[in-house]
Design a protein around this ligand. Structure first.
Ligand code: BG6
Length: 522
């Protein structure tokens, strides 16, 4: 693999941007750190859709507002609907979070926006788009970024038209894409082969937005920047690793989409598996994106394919005593087939058969319509050998709380303060909200889009990672679908099926129920 990423934005610019995230004004004072005033054009394909209005435009606005983008950046929306920029702006407005003091800047942002209406199946329309972009690109160098916020059905066609009609002629072109990357190993491979025939890997930025989250990025720093964790990060000391994603709401009218995919494809196969690979991989030779991604792929290769015995599947039903949406089950969503067996909850136990992890269960757990919103990594250590405290010493845990309220805490045993000589559970706590009060925490998409401008692929998924992920999950997904495996019903707002807790217990995860981490008052 070519180790030189396709980049003209420099490493220095990246470092400066990272620094500037602490204090956006520093960036404003020092001006742009990209190549002078080289034009960058950001094209959102599918600009009239949901993803564009809820995520892409707000992210572009926040980056622009904080002076993090190259100074000569313009934005083009492209979609079938005939819209004016004014209409596009109205669609996006409620998601932009504009403060009264930012009105003037907000006007500036929209002045840099353009909209081109065109079909996805017409080469001519893409040629016209290209002419429009060319007209803006005065000067010897100009770069283009394409964000494909498109339905999978038009994906292949559109990428061909970009390749044939819209590539930058005077600079680099980068393509940003998001899941679904196929439905299984076969369809994902087809898509990868298709994309590889059009673009180089260095031009492709596959987003898994969990890789843009602060605490997911922090995993490498915690693991490889501290001496205390390294020696215990293995099968000798760790009993199990539990990676959880919980959401307290159901499909919220998004059931039509969700029903095609289910929670395993929606969250587990991508977001949770990405976290797993960062927790379990060996130390990379450097922080170069390809060194990191090589290690991530390597650890995935030690995981065997999942089978139905490794999972617990659930589907939520309404809570008759609940309020509003909670009364409704998954099958009450009008966009979902009444006989759907699509899981909205899944727990899977993965085994990594390498020297470091052999025998340590990695439990991935995710679900919708549960009792709380939470994403975290919980590394549970083994029982203390040679117990002298009559079973009172409970297992240590290192918890990396991704959201909400970023935190790292270590659950440990402590002498009960005072006259008694007893043990109690407590924690060493690094809660970001209290320790890093004034730090602006950017949204995952902000970091990731900025990385694309800078040409850093560190936090993006490489095609071989993707194919390993599908290898692990495809046999299970096919089995579930072919045999129409009925998920276990669980009540909206509950902890999910009790069978999932039993599966955790069987896999060397001890839940004591005697301790609850309380977020310190901020
Ligand atoms: C998306 C899934 O990838 O991630 C959604 O498609 C899920 O179903 C979302 O709600 C969760 O993202 P976050 O950042 O809110 O945890």
């Amino acid at each position: 693999m070519d180790r030189k990423p396709d980049r003209r934005g420099t490493e220095e610019s990246l470092a400066l941007i990272r620094m500037s995230l602490k204090s956006p004004s520093t960036m404003a004072e020092s001006g742009s750190h990209f190549e002078g005033s080289v034009p960058h054009i950001f094209v959102t394909l599918g600009a009239s859709g949901d993803l564009a209005k809820k995520k892409i435009y707000p992210t572009l606005w926040w980056l622009f507002r904080d002076n993090l983008l190259p100074s000569n950046t313009t934005f083009y929306g492209y979609a079938r609907s005939k819209l004016t920029v004014e209409e596009l702006r109205n669609k996006c407005h409620q998601y932009m979070k504009v403060k009264p003091t930012e009105e003037a800047r907000y006007e500036e942002f929209w002045k840099l926006n353009h909209y081109v209406s065109g079909n996805y199946d017409s080469r001519r329309d893409f040629e016209l788009l290209n002419q429009t972009l060319n007209a803006r690109e005065t000067g010897p160098v100009a770069h283009r970024l394409f964000y494909l916020a498109l339905p999978p059905s038009v994906f292949e066609q559109v990428t061909v038209f970009i390749r044939n009609a819209c590539m930058a002629e005077k600079g680099w072109t980068r393509i940003i894409i998001e899941k679904p990357f196929g439905r299984d190993a076969e369809t994902s491979k087809q898509l990868s082969t298709h994309l590889a025939s059009l673009f180089k890997e260095e031009q492709m930025y596959r987003i898994d937005h969990y890789l843009g989250k602060e605490m997911v990025q922090n995993l490498m720093a915690l693991r490889f920047g501290n001496r205390i964790f390294g020696p215990t990060w293995n099968r000798e000391c760790i009993s199990s690793v539990l990676i959880s994603f919980k959401e307290p709401f159901g499909t919220q009218g998004r059931g039509g989409y969700f029903d095609q995919f289910g929670i395993i494809r929606d969250v587990m196969q991508n977001h949770l598996l990405q976290i797993l690979s960062l927790v379990a991989m060996e130390k990379p030779a450097s922080v170069h994106p390809d060194d990191i991604r090589n290690e991530k792929v390597k650890v995935l290769r030690f995981i065997s394919e999942l089978s139905i015995e490794d999972v617990v599947l659930g589907q939520y039903v309404g809570d008759p005593s609940g309020e509003g949406e909670a009364k409704l089950g998954y099958l009450d969503d009008k966009t979902v087939d009444r006989s759907s067996t699509t899981p909205t909850y899944a727990l899977a136990v993965l085994k990594i058969k390498n020297e470091r992890w052999d025998g340590v269960p990695f439990i991935l757990r995710c679900g919708k319509a549960l009792n709380e919103r939470k994403a975290e990594v919980r590394i549970q250590y083994q029982d203390v050998p040679g117990d002298i405290f009559h079973g009172k010493a409970k297992r240590n845990e290192l918890v990396i709380r991704v959201q909400p309220g970023e935190a790292v805490y270590v659950k440990l045993m402590n002498k009960t303060p005072g006259m008694t000589f007893d043990l109690e559970e407590t924690e060493l706590d690094l809660t970001y909200g209290s320790r890093y009060k004034d730090v602006k925490m950017p949204d995952a998409y902000e970091r990731l889009l900025l990385d694309v401008f800078c040409g850093s692929q560190m936090h993006f998924v490489r095609s071989d990672e993707l194919s390993e992920a599908w290898r692990i999950f495809t046999p299970l997904l096919h089995y579930i679908e072919e045999h129409k495996i009925k998920p276990i019903p669980y009540v909206y707002g509950s902890r999910g099926p009790k069978e999932a807790d039993e599966m955790c217990a069987k896999n060397n995860f001890k839940y004591y129920g005697s301790y609850k981490w309380v977020q310190p008052s901020l």
